[in-house]
Design a protein around this ligand. Sequence first.
Ligand code: SF4
Ligand code: SF4
Length: 166
Amino acid sequence: MKKIVTYFKDIIVGLVNLILGMSVTIKYFFKKTNTQQYPEEKLPLPDRSRSLIKLIYDQEKEEFNCVACMMCQKACPNNCIKLEGARMPDGKRKMINFKLDFSTCIFCGYCVEACGFDALTFIPEDYENSVYQRGSLLHDEHALKWVRPTVASNPPRELNQSTQVI
Ligand code: SF4
Ligand code: SF4
């Protein structure tokens, strides 16, 4: 008798669990999905995302903001940054070459934080950086050059209504 009771009890517990499981499935089946068709659709990343690092170029002065103070090079835990500076005839120091090896960069952001001259920045949009050869990840000052867009040409990014930034 006890065996029969246990048998039917197990069937009822199984049915209850099945209904609970299916209710969750049905709930999500009719919900709007947040799947994105990457790469056709791209999720705007938050402004504080860490992707490619760039050297800020001042278009009005026609020079990089970098003054070759070496603070970023010293701050880098992986020795990714190599740069040289020189003193100009006007007495100011200027960066003459700058190399950043993204193959060893861990995107810790220490270099950006260490820079007191607004010369380095992360570019959140620049995250598709796959290459075929490791050497292509060594960027010089020409590849790293970035001009800050003016406010008018850079309207605030709007989220696609079908997507959410988590
Ligand atoms: S993000 Fe970190 S690892 Fe990469 S270059 Fe800057 S300090 Fe070095
Ligand atoms: S910390 Fe900034 S100003 Fe100094 S060398 Fe690095 S990028 Fe240039």
